[in-house]
Ligand binder design. Structure first.
Ligand code: NAD
Length: 253
């Protein structure tokens, strides 16, 4: 039986860990060829070797999402490997806690990775998908904190709120230019990944309140988000444009 994204080529930033790793594994299992783009070379290469069937189904590309020239190289490498691009998941992100009196350097770092990185990726993918004459889907990973804020999420919420409206701007751009590229965003509640584990290890008092903030009664798993991304990557979501897919155990109710 054909997979849900059979024949598509996907590119997942931050694909070497956490939510991104789950997306990579699911997209490959459902028939896509996937580029794992990350700073973490060792982990990314290990995942590609494990699931890539000798380089046919997965490939690691080193990428810092804030490096404009590196995006051009990564897109060229993808097309050289797979002949085309259909799906970009702008998933790489950082979540350093800081309230409104944080250092400016912390603010700039968060905005650079989470928002500048998503802009550079979205622009690069629109150009590459168009150059290849393909149909595409761009999926931007925001957060529940992109729709609201907690006391220590000032920069994170600003960056993820930026991702929300950047997604709408990109969606309307593609529609206006009659480009067959859909752009949508995803809003995960707290899921247990290395990013969240290190936060909860440092703030063990936060576990119970975080669970309590998710009415479903527990935190999410990476696959909960990966299935939403699979839907947006597939043609099943062909009427979704500029939308907000919330997967949060009821956090935002
Ligand atoms: P994670 O730390 O487990 O993985 C993030 C990956 O991104 C890592 O492999 C890291 O090396 C990579 N990365 C970081 N900076 C990068 C850069 N500049 N260039 C390229 N790669 C880079 O994190 P996660 O929990 O899987 O989060 C993934 C995304 O989901 C992030 O955008 C995060 O904000 C968002 N998110 C996560 C949660 C959650 O609960 N885990 C909730 C809401 C949103």
């Amino acid at each position: 039986m054909a997979g849900r994204v059979e024949g598509k080529v996907a590119f997942v930033t931050g694909g070497a860990s956490g939510l991104g790793e789950a997306m990579v594994r699911l997209l490959v299992a459902e028939g896509a060829r996937v580029v794992i783009a990350d700073l973490s070379q060792e982990r990314g290469e290990a995942i590609a070797a494990e699931i890539g069937e000798g380089g046919k189904k997965a490939k690691f590309v080193h990428l810092d999402v804030v490096d404009e020239a590196a995006w051009d190289r990564a897109m060229d490498e993808t097309v050289a490997w797979a002949g085309k691009l259909n799906v970009l998941v702008n998933n790489a992100g950082i979540a350093l806690p800081g309230d409104m009196e944080m250092e400016f350097s912390l603010w700039r770092k968060m905005l650079a990775v989470n928002l500048d990185g998503t802009f550079l990726g979205t622009r690069a993918a629109i150009r590459t998908i168009t150059r290849c004459g393909e149909v595409g889907s761009i999926i931007n990973i925001s957060s529940t904190q992109g729709m609201t804020a907690e006391p220590t999420t000032a920069a994170y919420s600003a960056s993820k709120g930026g991702v929300r409206n950047l997604t709408k701007a990109a969606a309307v751009h593609c529609a206006t230019k009659k480009l067959p590229i859909r752009v949508n965003s995803v809003y995960p509640g707290m899921c247990v990944t290395p990013l969240v584990k290190s936060y909860l290890d440092e703030h063990p008092d936060q576990l119970a309140p975080q669970i309590a903030a998710h009415p479903i009664g527990h935190l999410g798993e990476p696959d909960d988000i990966a299935y939403g991304v699979l839907y947006l990557a597939s043609d099943e979501s062909k009427f979704m444009l500029g939308s907000e897919l919330v997967i949060d155990g009821g956090y935002l109710i």
